[in-house]
Write a protein that binds this ligand. Structure first.
Ligand code: BGC
Length: 432
């Protein structure tokens, strides 16, 4: 937020705290500070770190093998929440979007006319609930999914030229009285050699390998997100005119729909970024948690129930998703625009300036850096929050936790873990 809240009288305190802050955040990855952590002047003065508001966002504390929620982390204290989006509803939408496209373009989609509609799939992170849901959603809609442990198998298959892979099966789509086979020709987790997942560059390389093996057998490219999807589109599918589908509605992907990108899903980052900071704001103000969410606040901010759901048992807010295709993409071209129903400035007398420590697990993640963080930076002003943004390397938790050296300096925390199993790496610091 802007420096307008800095009081001259705080200059001495600020000098001290900036020194402390520099020690904590200058050791590696990027850190953009939109204001010193102490501009509120009383950051963390009386409240113990373990009792300060905490929001997990984008990566839900959960077991990366089973998906089971980590309720210890979600109940860390009475002001702990998760903010994400409805992964299953979005995944189903993504699958349906691809299937609808095939049906509408059946006359031209089968590039080599062999009666098999072939697709390749870029997987983000095999241990991330959102990624798992999207892989399942696409396989379910196209009939290529195979049941495993009560859900559709979401494992990458490597390559599957002849349809013999066991983690998927050939699907069948009946379109206009004709039966077409759908085959997942290849899928892979896009993880780079340093360990970063959802890696766009890895996806760009993979499409090179896949296209030289499969050539015109590839009729469709599907990706768990737009970062990887756009990398494949730019490297290959745009020139080949092969429809490519992603997720996130990043601005570059939405713009690419005009050039043949097949479509994407908006996970309503404008609502999520608001909720991420709003739950902290409400906890800091000691008001009902629903304020400015389901119940209008004094400024008139309120969300309608068609854009989010709250699950009290899971302590989680989930934004709802919307498909973005050639039919409606014009409405989504600015992915960093605040959501109008929650765009009103809070009054500083009832919501005084507070400081928040917030990390982005990977400063190079396309969605988080090009869509989510710019939105957070707009909402932090509206909500009178001084947020220090820490950008991680996407590989190790310690790269981030090293920069949480002085939690006493902040009033609240917003955490985006590298790996969903690792909540304790953060809560142990706050509990000290
Ligand atoms: C987004 C991905 C992003 C991931 C990071 C997902 O919700 O869709 O684009 O890479 O979060 O955790």
């Amino acid at each position: 937020m802007k420096r307008r809240f800095v009081l001259v009288a705080m200059a001495a305190v600020m000098t001290l705290s900036l020194t402390a802050c520099g020690g904590g955040s200058g050791d590696g990855g990027s850190s953009t500070d939109s204001g010193s952590g102490s501009e509120s002047g009383e950051a963390g003065s009386e409240v113990a770190n373990k009792d300060k508001p905490l929001v997990w966002f984008n990566r839900q504390p959960s077991n990366s093998s089973t998906g089971e929620l980590d309720m210890t982390a979600l109940n860390f204290n009475e002001n702990t929440y998760y903010v994400g989006f409805d992964a299953n509803q979005g995944a189903e939408l993504q699958g349906t979007m691809v299937k609808d496209y095939i049906e509408a373009n059946i006359d031209t989609i089968d590039r080599n006319g062999d009666g098999v509609i072939g697709y390749v799939l870029a997987i983000g992170d095999i241990g991330h609930n959102d990624s798992i849901a999207r892989t399942r959603g696409v396989r379910s809609a196209l009939g290529t999914g195979v049941e495993a442990d009560g859900g559709v198998n979401s494992d990458p298959i490597g390559t599957n030229t002849d349809g013999s892979a066991t983690a998927v099966q050939d699907g069948t789509l009946e379109i206009n009285g004709t039966s077409y086979t759908v085959r997942e020709l290849a899928s892979q987790e896009m993880k780079n050699s340093a360990g970063a997942t959802w890696d766009a560059a890895t996806a760009g390389n993979a499409i090179g390998t896949w296209s030289s093996s499969f050539g015109d057998q590839i009729d469709i490219v599907v990706s768990n997100n737009d970062g990887m999807g756009m990398s494949m589109f730019n490297a290959w599918s745009k020139d080949q005119e092969v429809p490519t589908f992603g997720y996130d509605a990043n601005a570059d992907a939405v713009a690419a729909i005009a050039e043949g990108y097949g479509g994407t899903i908006s996970q309503h980052a404008d609502v999520q970024a608001y909720l991420t900071l709003r739950v902290l704001r409400n906890a800091l103000d000691g008001v009902d948690i629903d304020t400015g969410i389901g119940t209008a606040d004094e400024a008139g901010n309120v969300l309608s129930d068609d854009v989010y759901v709250y699950n009290a048992d899971e302590r989680s807010y989930y934004a709802l998703n919307v498909a973005v295709t050639a039919d409606n993409y014009q409405d989504f071209t600015d992915s960093t625009k605040v959501y109008e129903p929650v765009s009103k400035q809070l009054d500083e007398s009832s919501s005084p300036v507070k400081s928040v420590w917030l990390n982005i697990y990977n400063a190079s993640d396309n969605f988080l850096s090009s869509t989510y963080q710019p939105l957070l930076e707009k909402y932090d002003d509206l909500l009178n929050l001084n947020v220090e943004y820490i950008g991680g390397d996407g590989q190790t938790e310690s790269n981030i936790t090293n920069r949480l050296g002085n939690p006493g300096q902040y009033d609240a925390f917003a955490i985006n873990m590298v790996k969903t199993d690792n909540a304790a790496s953060y809560t142990s610091i706050l509990s000290q």
